[in-house]
Ligand binder design. Structure first.
Ligand SMILES: [Zn+2]
Ligand SMILES: [Zn+2]
Length: 581
């Protein structure tokens, strides 16, 4: 009979990283990553391995960068008694190191505070030859832990919005300008030019206002071009994998309707044509000047979302398509969801003409930051759809104002989104369950059951990002009681920090009940008392904002959201009328 122990012995050719191993870096730039790898290995096995720059391939974990052999990505391979981690670039070798830590050393970084070590031995099967190419070149999201460097390295986040990854660990893909809405705020600044040159700005109903630029004005093109070059002189890093300069419209719909702009709009059948003509002209100059790792970014957002005809972005132009109008209880490819059908048409069109298409997506309720946003059933499919439409980068905008509390499932969302960026086809349920166990301890399984209920009962109609709480879940009284019971069980089962995490996450459920006058909020005599208690509990976590902007804005955006879905054909016609070229 072969016991488990003897099976382990039989697999004698497996590599076991013992005290006699070394970590080797094949070029000096990899020394910091080699040191980091040795640190983590010592936390797993207790052995602090030496780190050296020699080329002796015996009993070593060897880090090397070889752009020639590997097109884009990294490879982890066992050869003889050594392990080779080879990347196509420094950043990819570093990614390879963190994949090695997760895959072979059993280390998972669930939040900036929770890193789980599930092994005490590092064993690499002798036939290991694992290759990985990133699904997306740029990834970012909000919430808390994504701001942490180690968390970002473990979970593959590389955008510059929230984190600083030092150059020796591969750096970030950086927006070296502002992140968005930059044209009137940064490049042809309204503060600098509007008073002396109102003709640089958009014409609406006979008046120039500093809402957007008049993109057909040659002086505007010259000013923005000069500013872009000035920025590049200051911030260009030739060593970076990729740097992005954002040339993006302001956050309003008052694009220029002067005769010249309208004629260009008409020529291309979309305002995006006028925007692209403008950005392309600057992109050609940037390319001519030899900035090979620089890309100019522009939005396909609201009035520029429709795909133009007869023009395509230059190779060094990135288009960021924004899904703000979409529904998140139906997947983007759901043919029964008209607003998503319309978005898919544009996604398809842009994917056909763009070399570099990014997505700005949304995963929270902006009229109720703390409230339940049951989009867990669509996150994975939508990420697959992005990838299958040639999307190269994704920013999942969450609750960017979140302060000290997990609400609403912020840490879970950030983790799942990061994992989907790493591989949209992975077993996300397994990732979710591993997270729940790490974050909520013994309470995790009950929180998981709650998540299943809210996912199954996401609105059959639609779910927008300003959805009133009264239409975010369709739950019977029995289900509401069941959810209450699950949160009670979760709190009872969880211990120490995990109990605090359960209580914090339960705030979202209590918030939903308050807005729906359900459960303890159904007794009108005690409503105010219970609301005050909830408010105190939310405030105690340090949450500073309950919604984007003001209470009035939150109210009106919610009303608009309801009307948008209920009266979609009418509202869509009105919007199209406004956006008409
Ligand atoms: Zn104009
Ligand atoms: Zn829908």
């Amino acid at each position: 009979m072969i016991s488990a122990l003897s099976l382990g012995t039989l697999a004698g050719s497996d590599i076991i990283i013992g005290a006699d191993y070394r970590v080797v870096f094949s070029s000096p730039e990899l020394q910091p990553a080699a040191g980091k790898l040795a640190d983590y290995i010592s936390k797993v096995t207790g052995n602090r391995l030496s780190v050296s720059g020699d080329t002796d391939p015996e009993k070593a974990v060897i880090l090397q960068t070889d752009g020639g052999k590997i097109p884009n990505g990294f490879n982890i391979a066992a050869k003889g008694n050594s392990v080779f981690i080879t990347g196509s670039s420094l950043s990819q070798t570093v990614r390879g190191v963190y994949a090695f830590l997760e895959k072979f050393c059993g280390i998972n970084c669930f939040t900036s505070e929770i890193t789980v070590y599930s092994l005490d031995e590092i064993r690499i099967p002798s036939d290991t030859d694992y290759s990985y190419a990133p699904y997306f070149e740029y990834t970012d999201t909000d919430w808390l832990s994504p701001k942490n460097t180690e968390y970002s390295l473990f979970n593959g986040l590389n955008g510059s919005q929230y984190r600083k990854i030092p150059a020796e660990y591969g750096g970030t893909v950086s927006y070296i300008s502002g992140f968005g809405h930059t044209l009137t705020n940064q490049f042809c600044s309204k503060d600098k030019y509007f008073e002396s040159h109102p003709e640089y700005f958009s014409l609406n109903m006979g008046r120039r206002k500093a809402n957007q630029l008049c993109l057909s004005n040659p002086d505007v093109l010259e000013i923005v071009t000069e500013e872009v070059f000035e920025l590049l002189r200051k911030k260009h890093n030739p060593e970076a994998d990729l740097q992005i300069v954002s040339l993006t419209q302001n956050d309003n719909i008052f694009f220029c309707r002067c005769a010249k702009c309208r004629a260009i709009d008409k020529k291309y059948g979309s305002h995006a044509g006028t925007m692209l003509e403008f950005v392309n002209a600057i992109a050609r100059k940037v390319k001519e000047a030899g900035y090979d790792n620089v890309v100019l970014d522009t939005f396909a957002y609201r009035y520029t979302r429709a795909v133009p005809h007869g023009i395509a972005p230059e190779d060094n132009v990135c288009v960021r398509l924004c899904s703000i109008e979409c529904c998140f209880s139906h997947t983007l490819d759901d043919p029964s969801c008209k607003t998503n059908v319309s978005f898919m048409k544009d996604l398809q069109g842009w994917s056909e003409i763009c070399k570099r298409l990014y997505i700005w997506d949304y995963c929270t309720n902006y009229s109720n930051f703390t409230g339940i946003f049951p989009d867990f059933g669509t996150l994975q499919k939508n990420m697959q759809i992005f990838y299958e439409h040639n999307v190269k980068g994704v920013y999942e905008e969450g609750n960017y104002t979140m302060n000290t509390c997990d609400t609403e499932f912020g840490e879970l969302r950030a983790y799942l989104i990061s994992k989907l960026y790493q591989n949209p086809y992975r077993d996300l349920k397994a990732d979710r369950d591993a997270f729940l166990a790490a974050y909520y301890g013994a309470g995790g399984e009950y929180v998981g059951e709650f998540l299943d209920i809210i996912t199954e009962n996401a609105p059959k109609k639609h779910l927008g990002i300003y959805q009133p709480m009264t239409s975010t879940l369709s739950l019977s009284s029995k289900q509401i009681a069941e959810c209450d019971s699950l949160w009670e069980k979760a709190e009872e089962a969880a211990e120490a920090e995990a109990k605090i995490n359960v209580r914090n996450s339960a705030l979202s459920w209590r918030y939903w009940k308050m807005k729906n006058r359900a459960s303890e909020f159904s007794d009108s005599a005690k409503y105010e008392e219970n609301k005050a208690k909830l408010t105190d509990d939310i405030n105690a976590t340090g949450i500073e904002k309950w919604y984007e902007s003001t209470a009035m804005t939150a109210f009106f955006t919610s009303v608009y959201q309801m009307l948008f879905f209920s009266l979609y054909p009418v509202i869509n016609s009105i919007v199209n009328l406004i956006y008409r070229v």
